[in-house]
Design a protein around this ligand. Sequence first.
Ligand SMILES: C[S@@+](CC[C@H](N)C(=O)[O-])C[C@H]1O[C@@H](n2cnc3c(N)ncnc32)[C@H](O)[C@@H]1O
Length: 220
Amino acid sequence: MMIMPVTITDPIVEDYTLAHSTPADALLVELAAETREATGSRAGMQISADEGTLLTMLVKMTGVRFAVEVGVFTGYSSICIARGLEPDGRLLACDVSEEWTSIARRYWQRAGLDDRVDLRIGPAIDTLRALPAEPRIDFAFVDADKIGYLDYYEEIVPRLRSGGLVVVDNVLQGGAVIDPARQEEYIQVTRRLNDRVAADLRVESVMLPLRDGVTIARKR
Ligand SMILES: C[S@@+](CC[C@H](N)C(=O)[O-])C[C@H]1O[C@@H](n2cnc3c(N)ncnc32)[C@H](O)[C@@H]1O
């Protein structure tokens, strides 16, 4: 299966906005290169540098002591999240792939973050459902199998503290969510999630046309 980086914005605009955002540091650049080498076209699943900068900023602004990530892959977004945590903050990182997360583990170590990240291998829905009521989640990032998005959101929001954030990637699906001809299950689930978030009185939210679409929802 060919997986390309998806972008909804004009590439010229995207180049300009990337060039005017804080860039990735050398470690993240190296991780992106190793990911391309190790996973080929699947490297398109990795978040972009400006999304990474956004995640770090959001985590820093929210004062995060407990973060959850759904979809680790080779660790790019988890490093961006873990770098923004409070000094005693932790990240629970969920994925199903031992192979891809073995790369993440190496880079967490190199980033000095390996003692801050708890990796759970297994379907993320099981990990989320098993979470105790405390501690409350301060920040969650959802970037895994799109079929599961609505279920992940519904498990996360009740566990979020007031003022906590849930950030969801790929909410535009390359524009397919707007195209009535696109009726694949994962597109329908993404549409249902987008409608749910927009109507959900528990949160205030904004959908940004950044790369493949990023929703930020803040619990009231
Ligand atoms: C889009 S990638 C994540 C990219 C990552 N956020 C980054 O910045 O590099 C999606 C990841 O979700 C994982 N995944 C797929 N199905 C899953 C499931 N049911 N539970 C947990 N993780 C899953 C895949 O193994 C893959 O690593």
